[in-house]
Design a protein around this ligand. Sequence first.
Ligand code: SF4
Ligand code: SF4
Length: 182
Amino acid sequence: MPARFRGRHVLHRYENSLERCVGCYLCAGACPADAIYIEAEENTEENRVSPGERYARVFDVNLLRCIFCGYCQAACPTGAITLEHDYKLASYYPEDMVFHKEQLLEPKGQSTIGSNTVWFEPAPQEAAQPVPQVKHVFDGSQASAAAVGLGDIPNEEPVLLVDEEQDEDRRKFERGKDWEHA
Ligand code: SF4
Ligand code: SF4
């Protein structure tokens, strides 16, 4: 697989197990697909999760919306989020395609920066990449306030939330009946 392949996101830790993510919302602001949802919370002396003022208490990536552009990785000031090589991303259920922090975060004791290493090098001429922010300055876009899965595109809501036919299919599937002929 090419070193610069972009698959499912990974959230990284420092060597002391603190989370790299400081809940700054830059990745959510840079995301052109509104696929990242974050709820940040203050670190305290009793509960220090990241080295910054805040950490991401909630960090969800909606892989139904994601176009794997890598802008979130490029926008992150701490190298906290990278797109890695996990490409087996399929599910019968759309809600399973929203990956939560618990699924994205590296385990404690594992300090990595993932594909950040390969992006440090200049891109080969034949693989020139788009640059998300040409001036390397956050453009001031607001971070996403949309609930995960509940995007601004109207036809997403019935698919993800209130599609009765889909719910019916799911019940049949969970009862172990044949998917097509139940
Ligand atoms: S890879 Fe692109 S579309 Fe996917 S979450 Fe990151 S910025 Fe958004
Ligand atoms: S840009 Fe990086 S540090 Fe900021 S919220 Fe996103 S992952 Fe966390």
